[in-house]
Design a protein around this ligand. Structure first.
Ligand SMILES: C[S@@+](CC[C@H](N)C(=O)[O-])C[C@H]1O[C@@H](n2cnc3c(N)ncnc32)[C@H](O)[C@@H]1O
Length: 364
């Protein structure tokens, strides 16, 4: 039987989340196959606690039988409500999110996430969700379809694809992935057609599951849910998600609007750990191709008593300098962590490529 999901950046993300604290309260916002959750539990003491979330009911079959663990079958956008509900008004110690879809969702043909299988056009992470990919493809006006292809998939010829769908659906409902693939075929390049299809499928999946809005609400809720010094670790898989996370960490909003107080200090609740995201090592990518587009960002909640991993004091409000380049990030680069040292060249090459192509998003 195929594994439900191979966790990405497993050791790196759990190391960043827990630091040296084994007694704390943590959240895994994207439980999936539970790989990250099990690693967190294996490192927590008896006093530790882990609250996990997944909007896909299938994930609940993976829940460990452990009194320190609770699984919430709901959207992670409500994280703050649950943190309060479970009795942590002062905040929790760390939150991990490993965004996107699981291999289980992707590889289960009838869920309709993948262009590789002939299946109903569904793509809902939560099977009770109100809108499926079929509803989007057959019900959205042309401008809306064009917008989601362009924004969420960075699809070339977004307007022409939207137009082709409108003409095809006039002949009868487009209800399956194979019929959708047939409409897309003329737009696919001869080489690597699957990359083109992946972008269109990614765009539809993001729209069906309202992923961008959930992520925005999650980031706000997560930063409200952390105690000062609490740590946020987010693994993203496409440039749009990563940009939102990066902006939120830097500015406190996903648009990247800098808001400053009277003294010119940036009003953001989090401070980045390191300036660049951490990427998986080559060995992990060779062993698990779904890790290839992963980027991990780590931030610490600022406020009275907060300290970053390198011992830097983090009081509320960041100076312009701190926002742009944290003292911790500089120290790390001197210390040659994998992120800042060996991988920095690969990161910049990847980023400049992504910039050149104005793309970078591949569905997992
Ligand atoms: C990449 S997988 C996580 C895999 C997990 N870290 C592991 O080790 O198995 C992402 C999971 O997050 C869930 N998910 C995505 N968006 C969500 C949301 N807004 N609320 C709750 N769960 C979500 C998906 O259903 C999926 O199971």
């Amino acid at each position: 039987m195929q594994a439900y999901h191979i966790p990405v950046l497993l050791q790196e993300s759990v190391n960043a989340l827990l630091g040296s604290d084994r007694d704390g309260v943590y959240a895994d916002a994207t439980f999936g196959g539970g790989g990250h959750s099990r690693e967190i539990l294996s490192r927590l003491s008896d006093k530790g606690r882990l609250i996990a979330f997944d909007r896909d009911e299938d994930a609940s079959a993976n829940a460990p039988d452990d009194s320190r663990f609770t699984l919430v079958s709901n959207n992670f956008r409500f994280i703050h409500n649950y943190v309060l509900y479970y009795g942590y008004p002062g905040g929790i110690d760390g939150i991990l999110a490993d965004l996107g879809v699981s291999s289980h969702q992707f590889d289960t043909a009838e869920r309709g996430f993948s262009f590789r299988f002939d299946a109903p056009l569904d793509m809902r992470m939560n099977a009770a969700g109100e809108k499926s990919a079929k509803d989007v493809v057959n019900g959205y006006p042309q401008e809306e379809l064009e917008k989601i292809f362009y924004l969420y998939g960075e699809v070339d010829n977004a307007r022409r694809v939207a137009d082709a769908l409108i003409r095809e659906r006039a002949k009868g409902e487009i209800a399956t992935t194979s019929r959708l693939n047939a409409v897309l075929e003329p737009f696919c390049p001869a080489v690597a057609a699957h990359k083109y299809l992946a972008k269109v499928y990614q765009a539809l999946r993001i729209e069906v599951n309202d992923e961008m809005r959930s992520l925005e609400k999650f980031l706000e809720g997560a930063s409200d849910s952390l105690k000062p010094g609490g740590r946020l670790v987010v693994i993203t898989y496409h440039s749009l998600e990563d940009r939102m996370v990066k902006n939120f960490i830097r500015c406190g909003n996903v648009e990247g609007r800098l808001e400053k107080d009277l003294y010119g200090r940036i009003q953001a609740p989090l401070q980045a750990e390191g300036r660049k995201p951490l990427l998986p090592a080559e060995a992990e990518i060779s062993a698990n191709t779904r890790a290839r587009s992963a980027k991990m960002r780590v931030a610490v909640k600022v406020g009275e008593g907060a300290e970053s991993a390198c011992g830097e004091k983090l009081s509320g409000g960041k100076s312009r300098n701190e926002g742009a380049k944290s003292a911790c990030g500089e120290k790390r680069s001197g210390g040659k962590s994998r992120n800042e040292g060996a991988k920095s060249e690969r990161t910049s090459r990847k980023e400049s490529l992504a910039g050149k192509q104005a793309k970078g998003g591949t569905a997992k």
